[in-house]
Design a protein around this ligand. Structure first.
Ligand code: ATP
Ligand code: MG
Length: 775
């Protein structure tokens, strides 16, 4: 496309066409910052900049994928595939795979998720004999995380009397020792936590000038979206990488800085001009996303913040509907109002579900909304919360796979050494941990050397330990020659995990087994996807990395149509025609935890600004007079933010809106919703919903299935279409399209079909999983 620059207004064209050197775009919500970033990359490529020399950092991996797609459309080539694009974490995790060995990490290092970190910290607190009520593992983890994000290493910690004293004052004098222990244990396990991905990248670039130069040279053009929310660690990485060519383009909005609780530092924006010479400064003012009412209302709110850069945002869009404020008596009723309103809009305007989003301050608020949506049969998807990959059975399987890649991985090993039960008790594990700490080796190495060290473990148990190690080694050998799916399926069977849940026989056991099946389906899908990429193989390490860094926003393929439920924090950068902001109450939004200082309150107000500016056509703000919190019904007061909106842009609906009563409740417990919340929570899923543990699970499950019910078959079920397949049969595949069966081989679960697809490629598919339809 030649004239793609004409799809921008003049203010947007300027930063896109800006020649080399540093530039910054500061502009309000919906004014096209992300669009500018995307078009600038396309323009650079059109000018002949090699796509290998461009690095773009985005807020989610999904955003990166969409940007790539758009760029490919604009420049009309597959070159976009070579762009390094993604979140800070995913980009630098990749860099550490290449060069982390200089810091003593294996290239197959494990990424510990929050749960792994917390388990390790708990274990350390216990081993050190500390009081777990004083050393609360979550708090300890938060402390460690904030040290890391401020680049305070263990050594720096001990050299800083203020920090040491602060922890002593908080009655946690051993904080530094826990920190030390934690860092050592992660290192020994060949593992990094999320914060390490940034901390270690900094360390790498600092200590190894030749590595720094390599990447400075490679990333000649660096672009960062949502720059207002970068933390110090991220800031330093970008600064180091851009130090040679100074071709750095950042876009952001100080009014949307909402992550200071995680160490994001708004001064990064304010100091940009000090950090670089001859900065091109650009402002965008025209909002293309929202109606006049929404833009003006949002402006009236943010104007209340003292601390902000001056900015104008206007729109040429229609005036649109007023912002509607709705009060209800309870949170159950609030849920019903939202569901009713979505239902009404959907009917009247024939809109897909994906046009609606419900945003809340905290995850726990989703429950009442979910209940109401379910009763109306409105499909929804929750983002955030406990992800599929964090379920017990999924983590069990993944832990085995992690051990295959990195047998030093201590958290994975502790998790599965006796699951399924093989007679290795906790006492034995404790002895192994002590020995491992003593010798400075991993637990796995201790097991491999049982003969050489004197451990008080009886010979029967020693044999069990050896069998365990042999099993893992056999997986490692197998892994040399097979893709992630083949290995994972083998592991799920061979370790006895699948059997364990099958034997269990309870609905929970069956649901867990099905979840593992879903995992395998997911891996299969992943492997197929990787085949398209030039530099990927589809092996298990690639899959594990994908899982470790994926948020469920990333997994959203947008191919099934659901209402989106998420916290406001997650909604940053997104847009939806209809947005419901629920729980507009004091102590909830603004949060009770954030009202101690002006700056905390201002951050809550920015959060409200972010929420409101997600809406394109219409925004609803709802609050209730009573809300269950911590198991108690409390009186709630309307949020101060409601009063802060200039009243000419809002419409207060009648206190008790008719919509709540217009639709008959569908089940008895609905009526009791106001008085007995626990009843509401027991509402059974509607008929036809397969058994599952916990309702959100089912929802996430469906997401993985991508609404293809035949994929949910437990192991052993043959595919329905299997008998009718023969050579010559014409089939349809969801990904590869139409094709003809060339050959059938194997029997039972191993039955495969070789298919010649019309797109030109021949593929061998495992029938049990293949998404085939006979045409
Ligand atoms: P946020 O602050 O929420 O991240 P943003 O500044 O990044 O917003 P974009 O998401 O880039 O804004 O743009 C908002 C919407 O306006 C998008 O749907 C985008 O495609 C559209 N848009 C931006 N500029 C133009 C334009 N010149 N012509 C048409 N549509 C535009
Ligand atoms: Mg944006």
């Amino acid at each position: 496309m030649e004239n793609f620059i004409d799809q921008l207004n003049d203010a947007q064209k300027a930063p896109v066409l800006h020649k080399d050197g540093p530039l910054m775009v500061i502009a309000g919500a919906g004014s096209g910052k992300t669009r500018v970033l995307t078009y600038r990359i396309a323009h650079l490529m059109a000018q002949g900049v090699d796509s290998f020399n461009i690095l773009a950092l985005t807020f989610t991996n999904k955003a990166a994928r969409e940007m790539k797609k758009r760029i490919a459309e604009i420049v009309g080539s597959s070159e976009a595939k070579n762009l390094w694009m993604g979140t800070f974490h995913s980009v630098f995790a990749k860099l550490l795979r290449f060069d982390g060995d200089k810091l003593g990490f294996p290239s197959n290092y494990t990424i510990y998720d929050t749960q792994d970190s917390q388990r390790l910290i708990s274990a350390i607190i216990k081993e050190m004999g500390l009081d777990k009520d004083i050393y609360k593992y979550k708090q300890v983890q938060n402390r460690i995380s904030s040290y890391k994000n401020s680049l305070i290493t263990v050594k720096a910690y001990f050299n800083n009397p203020e920090l040491v004293e602060a922890d002593a004052m908080a009655k946690r004098p051993r904080m530094g020792d826990i920190y030390q222990n934690y860092v050592d244990r992660c290192f020994k396990a060949g593992a990094m936590d999320f914060d390490d991905l940034l901390l270690r990248t900094n360390e790498l670039l600092n200590r190894f000038p030749e590595v720094l130069m390599k990447y400075q040279d490679r990333f000649r053009y660096i672009l960062v979206d949502e720059y207002q929310d970068t933390n110090h660690s991220q800031y330093l990485i970008v600064k180091a990488l851009a130090d040679r060519y100074h071709n750095i383009c950042v876009v952001g909005d100080d009014a949307q800085s909402i992550y200071s609780f995680r160490g994001a530092n708004i001064s990064n924006i304010l100091n940009f001009q000090r950090d670089y010479e001859n900065v091109g400064m650009y402002r965008l003012e025209q909002n293309y996303r929202s109606t006049k009412n929404i833009v003006n209302a949002a402006n009236s709110i943010i104007a209340k913040n003292k601390n902000q850069l001056e900015k104008v945002v206007w729109t040429a869009n229609d005036e649109g509907a007023l912002i509607k404020i709705h009060r209800s008596t309870t949170d159950a009723e609030e849920g019903r109002y939202v569901a009713g309103s979505i239902w009404e809009h959907r009917m009247q305007e024939q809109l897909p579900n994906g046009n609606f989003a419900v945003l809340y301050r905290t995850n726990s608020q989703s429950r009442a909304i979910e209940d109401a949506l379910r009763k109306r049969d409105i499909p929804y998807r929750i983002y955030g919360g406990l992800s599929f990959y964090q379920r017990k059975e999924i983590k069990d399987v993944l832990s085995y796979l992690r051990l295959v890649i990195n047998p030093k991985d201590e958290e994975a090993l502790k998790r599965v050494i006796n699951f399924p039960g093989r007679g290795i008790g906790q006492t034995t594990v404790d002895k192994l941990v002590v020995a491992a700490n003593h010798y400075g080796r991993s637990i796995f190495e201790v097991i491999e050397n049982l003969d050489k060290i004197n451990l008080k473990i009886n010979s029967g148990t020693k044999n069990k330990l050896r069998d365990f190690a042999t099993m893992i080694q056999s997986f490692q050998i197998m892994n040399e020659g097979v893709d992630a799916f083949v290995l994972a399926e083998h592991v799920a069977k061979k370790t006895g995990i699948l059997l364990e849940f099958k034997k269990d026989g309870t609905p929970e056991g069956i649901a867990r087994m099905e979840n593992i099946e879903e995992l395998l389906n997911g891996i299969k899908d992943f492997v197929e996807g990787q085949k398209e990429l030039a530099d990927a193989t589809g092996n298990i390490s690639e899959f594990l990395e994908d899982v470790a860094l994926a948020t469920d926003l990333d997994k959203d393929t947008g191919d099934d149509d659901r209402v989106a439920l998420m916290t406001i924090h997650l909604a940053k950068g997104l847009e939806f025609p209809y947005v419901y902001i629920v729980g507009m109450e004091e102590d909830l939004f603004p949060s009770a935890m954030s009202m101690n200082t002006r700056s905390e309150l201002e951050e809550e107000r920015r959060l409200f600004y972010v929420a409101l500016t997600r809406a394109e056509k219409q925004a609803y703000l709802t609050y209730t007079q009573n809300r269950y919190r911590w198991g108690k019904l409390i009186d709630a007061e309307p949020s101060r933010f409601l009063e802060e909106i200039d009243e000419q842009y809002v419409e207060n609906l009648t206190p008790i809106d008719n919509a709540s009563y217009r639709y008959k409740p569908l089940v008895d417990s609905d009526i009791f919703g106001e008085v007995d919340k626990s009843k509401l929570r027991q509402v059974k899923p509607k008929q036809g919903t397969p058994p599952s543990i916990g309702k959100p699970n089912e929802n996430q499950l469906r997401k993985l299935r991508k609404l293809k019910p035949q994929l949910a078959q437990p192991v052993g079920n043959t595919n329905v279409i299997d008998p009718s397949l023969a050579e010559g049969t014409v089939v349809n595949h969801t990904r590869f399209g139409r094709g003809k069966v060339l050959k059938i081989e194997g029997i039972g679960n191993d039955k495969k079909a070789e298919i010649q697809f019309e797109q030109g490629n021949v593929k061998k598919l495992l029938l049990r999983f293949a998404k085939l339809e006979v045409v």
